[in-house]
Design a protein around this ligand. Structure first.
Ligand code: HEM
Length: 355
């Protein structure tokens, strides 16, 4: 079957940056890319959440003000998912990750719902029980790529897409994520080195960074049953947890996440909004890197991703390529003014907040 380019036709350009696709290449398995309406120029992917001030879980109603605000104002998010993670000290972060079609739409919602006023209110700083997190990304579509292991799957920003490509060419070799990014055709998207700054105060805005690289890598095993489910949960999932622990700042004798330019990683589970339990069999890693080249280096060189990668091929072999595990990821490389990070009463090291 003829392969398509991962890059939407309307974003294809004469390359000045070389592709890494090997000559006469045919990937060993299919992957598919989300296709967006050419009229869609950008999006807003916004995480609004709370973090516990002590190790342990947040109160059941910790996010209630945000739950309510998301039901008000206009336009409401196109899609929002409730998710939770635990930081290395055992504190829960619980958040909504919400998507709008345009930055302007997010700003209109923020204003019309009252979120803006609520967020800026100094009462947020007075609240000792929990910290508040706002992480907003506004990539233009040339700075975004999303791939899926199944043509029928839709998650994250791709719930706003028009459809899915046929099988794509640019995957299954190192450097393929860069080849799928439209901006990667004409720009090496070099980032700024991850350096330690100190943050002061109970309300901190972290300035944007040139070409900050964000990966949202999702796993959905809700349709995986029986032996296949145990195969995923007992073999592949533990390697993923180890990789996410490393990027969340687990100490390794030979290296650290800083060596790979990683600012932060949350390994998040989708929550049932009623019970707040992670019972939906869906997770994602949400990680911030100083440079796409460093994310590439971690995935290609570090044993934690290599273990995940090899685990995937074992799972694929054992399920004879017919497994129901659904995998997807979004990678975006942002301009300084396409990011907004603000933290209220958050412990050092939360998200983009320096350690
Ligand atoms: C690439 C497996 C989780 C980062 C890949 C590829 C596989 C794979 C098979 C090659 C895909 C292709 O291009 O055809 C998995 C599995 C995961 C997982 C099974 C979870 C169960 C993650 C996570 C991250 C990540 C959580 C980052 C936080 C990457 C990156 C690439 C990649 C950046 C592209 C490398 C490049 O373009 O050179 N992964 N991965 N992966 N993975 Fe993972």
């Amino acid at each position: 079957m003829a392969l398509e380019s991962a890059i939407c036709p309307h974003l294809q350009k004469q390359r000045t940056q070389e592709k890494s696709t090997p000559a006469n290449y045919e990937p060993g398995f299919p992957l598919f890319s989300a296709r967006f309406d050419p009229a869609m120029e950008e999006m807003a992917a916004v995480l609004i959440g709370a973090i516990a001030s002590q190790p342990g879980r947040l109160e059941y109603d910790a996010l209630e003000p945000v739950d309510k605000l998301l039901q008000q104002g206009s336009p409401r998010p196109h899609y929002a998912v409730l998710c939770s993670s635990e930081d290395p000290t055992g504190r829960e972060t619980r958040a909504w990750k919400a998507y709008w079609r345009r930055k302007e739409d997010y700003l209109s919602w923020s204003h019309s719902s009252g979120f803006d006023t609520w967020w800026k209110d100094e009462k947020r700083q007075m609240d000792d029980d929990q910290g508040w997190i706002l992480e907003a990304l506004f990539p233009t579509m040339d700075r975004f790529e999303a791939v899926f292991s199944s043509q029928d799957a839709r998650e994250g920003a791709s719930l706003m897409c028009q459809g899915m490509s046929d099988a794509i060419e640019e995957h299954g070799y190192w450097g393929s994520a860069r080849d799928r990014l439209p901006i990667g055709q004409v720009d090496a998207v070099r980032g700024e080195k991850c350096n330690a700054e100190t943050a002061k105060g109970s309300r901190v805005v972290v300035p944007g960074r040139k070409n900050l690289c964000v990966i949202h890598s999702g796993q959905d095993w809700s349709a995986v049953e029986g032996k296949e489910r145990s195969l995923y949960l007992d073999t592949l999932h533990p390697t993923l947890e180890a990789g996410m622990r490393f990027l969340s700042n687990d100490k390794y004798p030979d290296t650290t996440r800083e060596h790979f330019g990683c600012f932060d990683c949350r390994f998040m589970s989708h929550l049932d909004p009623e019970t707040l339990e992670p019972s939906l069999s869906k997770t994602f890693g949400l990680c911030y890197f100083d440079d796409l080249a460093n994310l590439e280096r971690w995935s290609k060189e570090h044993k934690t991703h290599l273990n995940i990668f090899n685990g995937f091929f074992k799972y694929a072999t054992d399920t004879q390529g017919k497994g129901n595990l659904s995998l997807w990821h979004e990678v975006t490389v942002l301009e300084k003014d396409q990011q907004y990070f603000e933290y209220v009463n958050c412990p050092a090291g939360t998200g983009m907040l320096p350690l």
